[in-house]
Design a protein around this ligand. Structure first.
Ligand code: AMP
Length: 548
């Protein structure tokens, strides 16, 4: 017997329709890339969910007029801002697919992705006008380029069919009914950064996006509400800003988009001016903000929690936010292939009775799954390992917002027995908390055992003189590999190699102690702000371990 409930497709347009109807006066505030006009206006754009919905409908009509059909790909090269938000809804809502491109990738990779996706239109922020001009001749399927600005700010670049965003909207009215279609229809396309081989596309559906949006909003996930003000620092070109443009519409949360400046000063000013209560971003961004706050002796007046993920959040950062600023850290883990949220570290009732250090030990982990995601760890032989918080193995996941296959079937079937192997190595404890110890290719294999580079990096950055650190394995004649620390010192701080090595003693097992320290001015990062160990290994290819 079937249930007798309405069979309504889960569509992305329902989010913006809901936000308009029930949170219509809630603001969306954006730092624009056009910058202040001579009269001082224009730096900050302010409107409401209702106006965003109206403009998204006009844009959907404009897309139709430009001949964008069902499931055709429309690309963006843009920062977090109100027009990008409108494109999110207009493109997916009209049945096409929004392909958000990370502008920090190498131009060759961008060309590869746009051609692979067969993008028909490219929307771009003014910052990227020179890049668009350079790339346009190689973009084979693109019929037009839309500058996300008004006529007064149009860039003077030589690209075919250059269109003005505000003119496209001005030519349409908002009398538009969002179409209804199968909830499994593709909505958004995000490519993995592809450290080896070509990038591969994760193609999200309307259904997967809505389920993810519900899940992300839960109290033990990102804890969004109609009383909150969310500033996503994580870019809208990095896995849909972790789904926040959808989840915030679902919960009626005020949105603040930071535009192109993520430095401590710009962020702090915006946090204070708009009463931001929640924010989300990668550890590097928070490092910059915390340093600035300390230098300037500043406080947050409204901020209550920050979501930190994308790479491991150092325990020292969690402590600093919570003890010095009273801001809760939500340590989260996920990946492009997971839309991206998998786990978030929030405490259970029993942890509240524990002492502070025991609570931190839980919080430092990447957290528990959100309902919908299932996890397991498997050993080299493919067999499931115990959930005892000690055994570590390859982390596999499944769930309705986890990919089944890459776009165009690239790379064959990625699943193993119906599970997606994440490429991360982890432990899972009896309470379900996942702790990521490494990317599988970064694990340090020493004397037949594994050493976690993330654990060692966390210790290094807890040293008061260290700003950032990467730990990599280097070849060793006896032990196969041994860990070394590559570290950046904080400005004006000193620490010697031997002092830093000593700092590890007593904090890890003896055989985990790094063999050497190399100080560098800066560490290489990927386009999404993660440490690029691939580049680091290349940089250190001539490095030799000191003789024992
Ligand atoms: P991406 O698909 O580019 O977002 O990268 C996903 C990868 O980032 C994951 O597979 C992890 O290796 C890493 N990652 C994300 N969040 C965390 C975290 N909280 N701790 C450790 N690694 C993380």
């Amino acid at each position: 017997m079937q249930g007798l409930m309405m069979d309504m497709p889960l569509l992305i347009t329902d989010l913006i329709r809901h936000a308009d109807r029930h949170h219509g006066s809630v603001e969306i505030v954006s730092k624009t890339v056009e910058g202040p006009n001579p009269d001082g206006s224009g730096a900050i754009h302010r409107y409401t969910y209702r106006e965003a919905h109206t403009r998204a409908r006009r844009l959907a009509k404009a897309l139709k007029a430009l001949g964008i059909g069902m499931s055709e790909r429309v690309a963006t090269l843009a920062w977090n801002g109100f027009r990008h938000f409108e494109i999110y809804y207009a493109v997916a809502g009209s049945g096409a697919v929004i392909h958000t491109i990370n502008p920090r990738l190498f131009p060759d990779q961008i060309v590869y992705m746009a051609n692979h996706a067969e993008d028909k239109l490219v929307f771009f922020d003014l910052t990227f006008a020179p890049l668009i001009e350079k790339l346009a001749p190689q973009l084979k399927t693109v019929k037009g380029y839309v500058a996300m600005t008004d006529r007064a700010h149009m860039p003077k670049i030589g690209v075919p069919n250059l269109l003005c965003y505000e003119e496209l909207l001005a030519a349409q009215d908002d009398a538009f009914d969002w179409p209804s279609f199968d909830e499994r229809t593709a909505a958004c396309l995000c490519y993995t950064s592809g450290t080896t081989g070509n990038p591969k596309g994760a193609l999200y559906a309307h259904r997967s996006t809505i389920l993810h949006a519900y899940a992300a909003a839960l109290p033990d996930a990102l804890n969004l509400s109609a009383r909150d003000v969310m500033l996503p620092v994580v870019p809208m070109f990095h896995v849909n800003a972790w789904g926040l443009p959808y989840s915030c519409a679902l919960t009626g949360t005020k949105l603040v988009f930071p535009g192109q400046h993520f430095d401590g000063k710009s962020l702090h000013e915006l946090f204070e001016a708009e009463g931001v209560t929640l924010s989300a971003g990668v550890p590097t961004v928070w490092l910059g903000l915390l340093n600035y706050m300390k230098e300037q002796k500043l406080r947050f007046s409204a901020l209550r929690a920050v979501v930190i993920g994308g790479s491991a959040c150092p325990p020292a950062m969690i402590r600093s936010f919570q003890e010095e600023y009273g801001v809760q850290v939500l340590h989260a883990w996920g990946m492009t292939e997971m839309s991206p949220l998998g786990t978030v570290s929030t405490l259970k009732a029993k942890h509240l009775k524990m002492d502070k250090e025991a609570r931190y030990a839980v919080q430092n982990k990447q957290g528990r799954v959100i309902f919908g995601v299932d996890t397991k760890i498997v050993g080299q032989d493919g067999r499931e390992l115990p959930r005892d918080g000690k055994a570590f193995g390859d982390l596999h996941v499944r769930g309705p917002w986890v990919i089944e296959s890459y776009y165009k079937g690239e790379g064959g079937d990625p699943l193993k027995d119906g599970w997606f192997p994440t490429g991360d190595v982890a432990t899972i404890d009896p309470d379900g908390y996942v702790q990521i110890t490494d990317r599988s290719k970064d694990v340090i294999k020493s004397g037949g055992e594994w050493i976690s580079s993330i654990d060692l990096e966390n210790i290094a950055v807890a040293h008061p003189a260290i700003a950032e650190a990467a730990v990599i394995g280097v070849k060793h004649p006896k032990w196969d590999e041994r860990p070394i620390v590559v570290a950046v010192k904080k400005a004006g701080q000193e620490v010697t190699r031997d002092e830093l090595l000593k700092y590890f003693e007593g904090r890890v097992a003896k055989w985990w102690l790094p063999d050497d320290v190399v100080f560098v001015k800066e560490l290489p990062h990927t386009a999404t702000g993660k440490l690029s160990k691939l580049n680091l290994r290349q940089q250190l290819k001539d490095y030799k371990l000191p003789a024992a």
